[in-house]
Ligand binder design. Structure first.
Ligand SMILES: [Zn+2]
Length: 177
């Protein structure tokens, strides 16, 4: 994993990982679960993961703090939540959206722990949507963050999470969004 990280991020960025104990242990868990990391080109900032193919993709566009905290976020989806992804064909749209938003808030809370550890260690990144979420979470805890996820913009589609999840459920169930 160390070699992979050096190759992906360069030695400079890989060196920051040690300053976040949470991220260091996430990377250990990813290694144990044979999850691969990939950095993608392009100017859009996004992160995604696929639990089945055990692959996490982070865009280069986001800057180092965004990239590192996003690994922690996707780790929760791929490993901790691997048996907790609701099946859109087995639940109502409301239940599907609610449990996906719960998962999203849980993954993001974990990313914010890493974000905070990086900040405390003096690692600075450019300001982004996570900067705002960090303040919301620090002041209001998980409930405030969960509420915030409702209106957060999904990085792949640029729609709000709620809209994105409703459209996903509709597509799976053969209904017009
Ligand atoms: Zn997520």
């Amino acid at each position: 994993m160390k070699k992979q990280l050096n190759k992906l991020f360069g030695r400079h960025l890989a060196g920051f990982i040690a300053v976040s104990p949470t991220l260091a242990s996430d990377l250990q868990a990813l290694k144990e679960h044979h999850v691969r990391l990939r950095l993608s080109q392009g100017c859009k900032r996004y992160a995604s993961s696929n639990a089945e193919s055990r692959l996490i993709t982070i865009s280069r566009a986001g800057g180092r703090v965004y990239q590192l905290a996003s690994i922690a976020h996707e780790k929760v989806h791929v490993i901790d939540q691997q048996h907790r992804h609701p099946d859109p064909l087995q639940c109502t749209m409301e239940n599907f959206v609610d449990s996906k938003l719960d998962n999203e808030a849980e993954a993001e809370e974990h990313a914010l722990i890493v974000y905070g550890e990086l900040l405390s260690a003096g690692v600075r990144g450019r300001s982004d949507s996570r900067t705002t979420r960090y303040k919301i979470w620090r002041d209001g805890g998980f409930p405030a963050l969960r509420k915030c996820m409702e209106t957060t913009v999904e990085s792949m589609t640029q729609n709000t999470y709620r809209h994105f999840l409703e459209a996903w459920w509709c597509e799976e169930n053969g209904k017009a969004a």
